[in-house]
Design a protein around this ligand. Sequence first.
Ligand code: KG4
Ligand code: ZN
Length: 382
Amino acid sequence: MLVVMTVLGIETSCDETAASVVVDGRRLLSNVVASSMDLHAKYGGVVPEIAARSHIESIMPVVQQALNEAFPALTSTNSVSDGVLAIAERRAKQWAEVDAIAVTYGAGLGGSLLVGVLTARTLAIVYDKPLYAINHVEAHLYANFLTETALPSYVLPSVQPVFPSIGLIVSGGHSQLVHLRNHFDYTLLGQTNDDAIGEAFDKVAKIIGLPYPGGPSVSRKALDGNPQAFSLPKARMAGKYDFSFSGLKTAVLRLAQQQIGEDFTFPSSGLADRLNESQKADIAASFQRVAVETVVDKTVLAYEEYGPRSVIIGGGVASSPELRRQLSQRLESRMGSPILYTAPKLCTDNGAMIATLGCFKALHGQPTVDPYSLDIAPNLSM
Ligand code: KG4
Ligand code: ZN
């Protein structure tokens, strides 16, 4: 029997308000993202209260736009002159196309998660749709299952990942390595004991005076630097597959102080003005090499131990050219198939990955949640 499952995904765990419609966990119909990143840039990181407030303002327009883009035939081109009844009728037709709603309930910022979860709960009750609670970290890997779209400018893979697989999630909030035997059958091999890798990029960018978000700006600066200029420490962890980035971040701070001839008491806020451009580039390149090596070492180790049929890389840092370079050199060259990176437009937080995992939950008979009681889980683990 052919089952067609159309899912609306809602994501508000950090600073992106996002909604998307996906069919059968493979076809992307729409993907709308409103980011409050610009509002956070001057603080050098996400401010939870600002993020939550902008989710409140954006969530319903974003959901409506995701429905409009997914079902253009049911969308008015002239809604201003339309009567209220005509609009309501079209919206009802759009909702009739949606089989289920999926929403991120963790991990993430409490206030931000609340906006998405309460919106999804309300919509599930009002439109009488089954509701799936989605783990944001798990969902990052599911962006890789999208292989079809009519949306312009999306470059998607042609085939879906096969199991068993090793999954590496590297983002601003997470660094996790997972062994996936099948859908909903996986083991968390290891994770960061402190900062996430993207967070380390963001903090190092702040130390050397590069704009937020730090990942892309450190990447760009590193192009002018020597990755071997400085030797920085790689953390040795008790857990075979665990990571740590806080020691590396402190080592960068000490290195920057040393480069301008000051000791450890010199405030980090004054460093950027005293470092010259070549020092900044060498620090960026040396930090990036070691941070990326940290996750690549463990991914290679897991590949050797588990011999998976695929390796999936998800999360914002999956777009790092240095990560791709190291993985290609150390792992892809030994594999019979290419490493599967999340498509560039789906690397950072989005509703498509949430909707895709929602589709698989529905297609595999996973339990729905009660729309009257679903709670947020800010510290949810994999
Ligand atoms: O997945 P994401 O939107 O955030 C979380 O779910 O937490 O990823 C954002 C993170 C930021 O920390 C950003 O600095 C990092 O991904 N990032 C990068 C690159 N592009 C984005 N890190 C390293 N190199 C990049 N090219
Ligand atoms: Zn994320």
